[in-house]
Design a protein around this ligand. Structure first.
Ligand SMILES: [Mn+2]
Length: 364
């Protein structure tokens, strides 16, 4: 398991790179060019600037999250050819600077979705919260306003330029079914995975968050069965998954440990975080500790150890603790605590395996 930490870029993140470097076992950043609109080709000079900054801090840039997929690709419009072409050019450039994994998602219009970015928990910390009743009765336009009003920094996936055409986008998705989305995803994969393969990059789709349809828009990266179908759309180690325990864990029916075992060789990137799911289906992003949420994080880490996981991992999100002012979900403190929990479980698995090997040798 190779530990990484998401970083939003100079002047766009409250956590300095030298702090990231000081978290035990963190070797690289998970990054993106957040000012490049979805569909555009990434400029090499901007890529090299991030590489320089990271390497000066002693960190690598092996994992990109995300290269966003233009809506026209998801919609399967003729204009997708241009955007797919740009996507390929970006893959080639990222290969040239040594990137190994590109995380992306295929969610229509909205990226991740929450109703409250600072829900107070019993211990006084705050965290991202999803309340079903607030979604059911809400106009998506109000939600966009609320999300952007609640954060001084632009939230990835909620960029104003992407959402200013919301009416037009909803119009475009009218009549687009899950099967259309599957077909458009298959088309995209057939175009880009060969290019990724040639450039030594493993593509890793992120689950939909939350893993169910919202505002009548289809969502397909939601269940074990659907991920099985996804991996068959293009059968190559370069067509993989970002297995996000928090996104998938919002649906208690998802057997995440079973998914780690089944998809073992197709997971180049692991997002590891916990969620507490309530009886009514609402959920909050709790601390990483298994006991604090509904997802067995200790069991998940043990499953990664069991499959001999050599891919990249990151703590995904954290709560806001100790009065930290930060991007919602992306503070330093709770993510650093999460990393130490993940290492604690991992190292005890390593130690247990060593002890077992010694005992076996002694008995031989
Ligand atoms: Mn995630």
């Amino acid at each position: 398991m190779r530990m990484t930490f998401r970083w939003f870029g100079e002047n766009n993140d409250t956590v300095p790179l030298r702090y990231v470097r000081q978290i035990p076992g963190v070797e690289g950043i998970v990054w993106s060019l957040h000012d490049v609109p979805a569909g555009d080709e990434w400029p090499m000079e901007k890529i090299l600037e991030v590489k320089r900054q990271a390497e000066e801090a002693g960190l690598h840039i092996d994992v990109v999250e995300s290269v966003n997929v233009h809506e026209d690709i998801k919609l399967g419009l003729p204009s997708r050819e241009l955007y797919i072409d740009n996507y390929k050019k970006t893959i080639v450039k990222l290969g040239q600077v040594g990137v190994k994994v590109i995380c992306y998602n295929f969610m229509p219009i909205f990226d991740w979705l929450r109703t409250d970015l600072h829900k107070e928990m019993a211990d006084g910390s705050t965290a991202l919260f999803y309340e079903n009743s607030k979604i059911e009765g809400t106009d998506p336009f109000d939600l966009v306003e609320r999300i952007n009003a609640n954060s001084t920094l632009t939230m990835p996936g909620w960029e104003p330029e992407r959402l200013q055409h919301l009416t037009k986008l909803f119009e475009a998705y009218r009549g687009v079914t899950e099967e259309h989305l599957w077909e458009n995803l298959r088309y995209f994969l057939n175009e880009i995975v060969p290019v990724a393969e040639e450039n030594g990059i493993r593509m890793a789709i992120h689950p939909d968050d939350p893993p169910w349809p919202i505002f009548g828009l289809p969502r397909i990266m939601t269940t074990q069965e659907n991920f099985r179908r996804f991996l068959k759309l293009y059968d190559s180690p370069y067509n993989g998954i970002t297995l996000c325990s928090g996104s998938l864990g919002a649906n208690p029916n998802n057997d995440i440990i079973g998914m780690i075992r089944e998809f073992a060789d197709r997971i180049p990137f692991a997002h590891i975080r916990n969620v507490k799911v309530f009886d009514n289906g609402d959920f909050i992003e709790s601390s990483h500790r298994s006991q604090d949420g509904s997802v067995d994080i200790a069991g998940i880490v043990a499953a990664y150890h069991e499959i001999g996981f050599t891919g990249y991992a990151r703590p995904d999100h954290g709560r806001h603790i100790w009065d930290e002012q930060c991007r919602p979900g992306y503070g330093l403190y709770d993510r650093a605590l999460g990393i130490m929990y993940l290492w604690g479980v991992w190292d005890s698995c390593v130690r247990e395996a060593q002890q077992a090997a010694i005992a076996k040798g002694a008995n031989a």
